[in-house]
Write a protein that binds this ligand. Structure first.
Ligand code: HEC
Ligand code: HEC
Length: 207
């Protein structure tokens, strides 16, 4: 898959084929987090990862707000228990941001809203589906993703990348030693770290 692209070639081919036969393209919410298509087809039930948000909804902000590449900066601008109270959402809804540029589309705003509300719903559990969001998407993926501004291996976009080749063991070790995430990036809470270690010790199941 090419860097900076979340849409695999096969999906583009499939999409073109669907359009060709005049089918209605439905939302992508039954697909995996990393396979979500362009925001034109965004459905509020789709899980929004941080790279998705950055790529599809916040790309026009980066020229002025380069610190938006850090999910912790965004975390300070949102209130998951009340998305409408979030500065991030208010600024784009009232058209104040992006400053001097065209307003965001309805779908981009819907993606921001979905991202905000999803930040509270995730229980911390020793499962892949929980850890992908509470640990990897929040603390690691800004660097360890093929879609990152400066992609760093090991990539952690998919279950296979994390579960195979001892990557999960390496992740647990680096976090326990306090070496990852690097200095200046907020480490995961001890509760999240414990859940990850429990999951890794259980053989890193796809649960
Ligand atoms: C041309 C530069 C520019 C662009 C592009 C831009 N902003 Fe801003 N933004 C600013 C400036 C300057 C401020 C601070 C002064 C102000 O509020 O006008 C600001 C302030 C903000 C704040 C308030 C920050 C706080 O701490 O209260 C938010 C939230 C914000 N911008 C979101 C966005 C989003 C989201 C986008 C993209 C959709 C975006 N901005 C695009 C220049 C920009
Ligand atoms: C700000 C960017 C950044 C973030 C965030 C980040 N890493 Fe890294 N990571 C790096 C860089 C750069 C390297 C390669 C250089 C090094 O090992 O220090 C690396 C290397 C690694 C390695 C491989 C080390 C090896 O020996 O090959 C692992 C495992 C790792 N990171 C785990 C994590 C985990 C787990 C998280 C989230 C909790 C995380 N990283 C967050 C930048 C980052």
């Amino acid at each position: 898959m090419a860097r900076h692209s979340f849409i695999s070639r096969s999906r583009i081919v499939a999409l073109v084929a669907l359009l060709a036969i005049g089918a209605v393209v439905q939302s992508c919410d039954s697909r995996g987090t990393d396979e979500v298509g362009p925001y034109e087809t965004f459905s509020p039930n789709t899980q929004v990862s941080y790279p998705m948000l950055q790529h599809f909804a916040l790309s026009s902000c980066m020229g002025c707000h380069s610190n938006f590449s850090d999910p912790n900066v965004i975390a300070g601008l949102i209130d998951p228990s009340n998305p409408d109270d979030s500065t991030l959402l208010q600024k784009v809804e009232d058209g104040e941001m992006p400053k001097g540029g065209p307003p965001l589309s309805e779908n981009q705003i819907a993606m921001i809203r979905a991202y905000i509300s999803q930040q509270q719903e995730i229980k911390i559990e020793p499962t892949w589906s929980s850890l992908k969001i509470v640990l990897i998407n929040r603390s690691c993926i800004t660097c360890h993703s093929q879609g990152a501004v400066k992609p760093k291996k090991p990539y952690m976009d998919t279950y296979e990348e994390v579960a195979n080749n001892g990557v999960a063991d390496d992740m647990a070790e680096k976090m326990q030693l306090g070496k990852m995430p690097p200095k200046g990036h907020a480490p995961p809470s001890s509760e999240i770290l414990k859940a990850f270690i429990d999951w890794d010790m259980a053989g890193a199941p796809q649960n």
